[in-house]
Design a protein around this ligand. Structure first.
Ligand code: BGC
Length: 421
């Protein structure tokens, strides 16, 4: 049966639920020399307020919601499954269905259970077994209510971070906006080193072996991530054969200047081509794009001084989405779902324009035969942008975190209008 075009918004559990005390991020936030600008705390208390949030999303006309299941809630200790957490996510899924929202469920969105890091985290093959076991449990228990499953969010992030780490070592310095995720580049070397020592103690591993998901990785280590994806997919297939399974990638629109073609092709190969053999036969690919990079013979150029910037420091460039979708479809022939695309800004009128332009680009790609099955805007709520804290506002709904009051923005209705049209 063909699904209607999915139109909606996305969140990640750690960024909105609050109090994910058994997750590695919680531990990293709470060491004395933490690299987080602020703590996640109660976040948006979405764990308790999801009904209100989903009602707002559905009320705008949207028909889909991408959210994540927090592994550390399901398996707070290794091998111990928390039935209450499973039943919570069952309620969220039921709520989606009752409101006419197709759920798109992410199994891993950056945060992992603390115990996994003690077992070697994302650098040791054990994660393949552990992640597949968790994926099977979720599919067995909740598969009857699910349709789309994203195994791993931005499965290509480790290598992108690895390249930044290499640049830093060559003392080229790290630029904000080099990755499409909130980082904190304001720390002194001393704070970084003390933080590493403290994290090692918390996770009971050497300070150099704190292998959480967002750690720099080389391509050999990326194969472990891909193996985890494939093992999880096989387990889910076994217990819930009808689910549509994919992963998501963080992708830039690389635009070569004359002479930059080879470098742009190499960057695309590193972000996309390297991973393709591992997901080529998936049911869909989740495409996540926020901006472009202009490439000359040496690599990414500095952003033009007159370009509009988002709060994340990268260029506001909604046209990137259509370009990336078209580029992906040259080599991946399954369905595409835009699982994230958005803008961190305090100017909601700019967000409305961003949405309109991004969807225009998506439609243009569709008109050229690209099979795009959905657009899930990042993000439903202003939320915890990882190391960068709460100041980066990506949401369609503002949240006053003192009272947890929700304030839907005009952009929510702009997005919903595409579903109502
Ligand atoms: C991540 C989100 C993040 C967003 C905005 C993506 O990299 O999946 O967790 O909040 O970008 O930076």
């Amino acid at each position: 049966m063909s699904q209607p075009f999915l139109l909606g918004a996305a969140t990640a559990p750690y960024q909105v639920e609050g109090n994910n005390v058994n997750s590695d991020y919680w531990k990293m936030e709470h060491v004395k020399h933490s690299d987080f600008i602020e703590k996640s705390g109660e976040a948006c208390d979405h764990y308790h307020r999801y009904k209100e949030d989903l009602a707002l999303l559905a009320g705008s006309g949207c028909n889909a919601y991408r959210f994540g299941i927090e592994w550390a809630r399901i398996e707070p200790e290794e091998g111990h499954i928390d039935r209450q957490a499973l039943s919570h996510y069952r309620d969220v899924l039921l709520c989606c269905h009752s409101l006419g929202l197709t759920p798109v469920v992410t199994l891993h969105h950056f945060s992992s259970p603390t115990w996994l890091i003690g077992q070697g985290g994302w650098a040791k093959p054990y994660v393949v077994t552990a992640f597949a076991r968790y994926a099977r449990i979720v599919a067995e228990e909740l598969g009857d209510l699910m349709t789309y499953v994203c195994t791993i969010n931005e499965a290509n992030m480790g290598f992108q971070l690895g390249k930044i780490a290499q640049d830093m070592m060559k003392s080229k310095g790290k630029k904000e906006g080099d990755v499409q995720v909130g980082t904190n580049s304001s720390l002194s070397l001393k704070t970084i080193l003390l933080g590493m020592l403290e994290q090692g103690r918390v996770f009971h591993v050497s300070p150099f072996a704190v292998n959480t998901f967002l750690k720099p990785r080389n391509q050999a280590a990326e194969k472990i991530v891909m193996a985890a994806h494939r093992a999880a997919k096989a387990e889910i297939r076994r217990v819930a054969p009808d689910l549509r399974i994919g992963l998501t990638l963080s992708l830039f629109d690389y635009q070569p200047l004359p002479g930059g073609e080879e470098r742009a092709a190499q960057l695309w190969q590193e972000d996309f081509g390297f991973y393709l053999p591992f997901f080529r036969d998936d049911d869909f690919l989740g495409v996540q794009n926020y901006t472009r990079k202009i490439i000359d013979t040496k690599g990414a150029q500095e952003i033009a001084p007159d370009a509009a910037l988002t709060q994340m420091g990268y260029e506001t460039y909604p046209e990137a989405l259509g370009h990336v979708l078209t580029k992906v479809a040259e080599d991946f022939h399954g369905d595409l779902i835009v699982t994230e695309n958005g803008i961190a800004t305090a100017d909601d009128a700019a967000r409305c324009v961003f949405i309109q332009k991004a969807i225009a680009g998506l439609r243009d790609a569709q008109s050229r035969g690209v099979s795009v099955r959905g657009y899930l805007h990042w993000s439903l709520l202003d939320n915890f942008e990882w190391q960068a804290g709460y100041a980066k506002t990506f949401g369609l709904i503002a949240v006053d975190r003192r009272t947890q009051t929700r304030y839907p923005k005009e952009s929510l209705s702009t997005l919903g209008a595409f579903a109502r049209a």
